[in-house]
Design a protein around this ligand. Structure first.
Ligand code: GLY
Length: 340
């Protein structure tokens, strides 16, 4: 068992330690374990209900702790089930994907999808601990690793030029031996940055919105791809991995940043190259622009229902929250994204 997890759960009564795990993980833990297949469909109120029922049957009390072992889906779902069971029990996240290690598992956003919209229902509740075990990355498929790297690139751009340069160089060497040590340092940097932002604004009333850079367009693409999943030729899951959508979103939002805030064009060019070299173009086309803009309007981050809220960059390390862009300019940014 992971030593750090053992140390933390030893503070709880032995009979009150419960594990929610991604069903594809081979784990041998001495605690009652509920395995759920990690999919967007299973990130639902039905799955939360299954967890509540299971905890009830196992006599979990308010002193219980739920240990979520998996990627963002498992951490978000388990965090939500824990945050609402008996009005809230402790939970610990053990992220097994790069995406969860640098973003999803940190910061206390829990929730499930609802009505075809991602993370529509949820609460903020901090995990008691987040345990990073980089060895999980050794067996992570490359597309999952690249997806997580999308959030690494986002965080690097929020921090500044130096970390962005390190991230680009790590991305270059991702396929080579020793990738883990390079990524481990970046994980620590990204985690520390996110924790410091969340410590200042846990419920996203202001500063935390910086973390949404790339996500207004990214989420819209993700939701549009999910709603058309039956029509795409490659497996939809591969085409709409969150971090890929964030990379596409960052390219469009850097375009907006250049026009609206005078962000250096070089950053847009560098991210465009990253897109072309590693991620490929988004699998949606210009005809879906209106639909994408409609999805952007439904984004939780919007203060008014008809205004679309962006976090844009003045330069690397200088994010500006609460930016709005005219609809024609958003279309122009999407045109750029679809035609690079
Ligand atoms: N994923 C962005 C946040 O946690 O605020």
């Amino acid at each position: 068992m992971i030593k750090a997890l053992e140390d933390i759960v030893s503070q709880y009564e032995q009979t009150q330690i419960f594990v929610l795990a991604d069903s594809c993980l081979a784990l041998d833990l001495p605690y009652p374990t509920l395995r759920i297949e990690a999919s967007e469909e299973n990130k639902s109120l039905e799955s939360a209900s299954e967890i509540w029922t299971w905890l009830t049957k196992k006599n979990a009390t308010r002193k219980a702790v739920l240990v979520n072992i998996g990627g963002g889906t498992i951490c978000d779902l388990g965090g939500f089930a824990a945050a609402t069971y008996l009005r809230g029990i402790d939970y610990i996240n053990v992220p097994t994907t790069l995406l969860a290690m640098v973003d999803a598992a940190i910061g206390g956003k829990t929730g499930v999808n609802h009505g075809g919209l991602k993370n529509r229902v949820g609460v903020f509740r901090m995990p008691k601990a987040v345990i990073i075990e980089p060895s999980f990355l050794e067996t992570l498929p490359t597309d999952e690793l690249l997806s997580g790297f999308g959030e690494v690139l986002k965080t690097a751009l929020l921090i500044g030029d130096g970390v962005f340069a390190s991230a680009l160089s790590a991305l270059d060497k991702l396929a080579s031996l020793g990738r883990l040590s390079r990524v481990s340092q970046l994980i620590d940097t990204c985690r520390a940055y996110k924790e410091s932002v969340v410590a200042q604004d846990s419920t996203e009333t202001g500063l935390r919105k910086v973390l949404n850079f790339g996500h207004t367009v990214g989420h819209a693409i993700e939701e549009s791809l999910a709603s058309h999943s039956e029509k795409v030729t490659l497996p939809a899951a591969k085409r709409s991995l969150h971090g890929y959508c964030v990379v596409w979103g960052m390219v469009a939002e850097l375009y907006l940043s250049v026009v609206l805030l005078g962000c250096p064009k070089e950053l847009l060019q560098q991210m465009t190259k990253v897109l072309l070299d590693y991620y490929g173009r988004p699998n949606c086309n210009c005809k879906q622009q209106e639909e994408l803009i409609n999805f952007m309007r439904q984004d939780k981050k919007n203060a008014a229902s008809d205004a679309i809220n962006f976090t844009l960059l003045k330069k690397a390390g200088d994010p500006i929250i609460n930016q709005v862009a005219p609809k024609d300019l958003i279309k122009e940014a999407l045109d750029y994204l679809f035609s690079v």
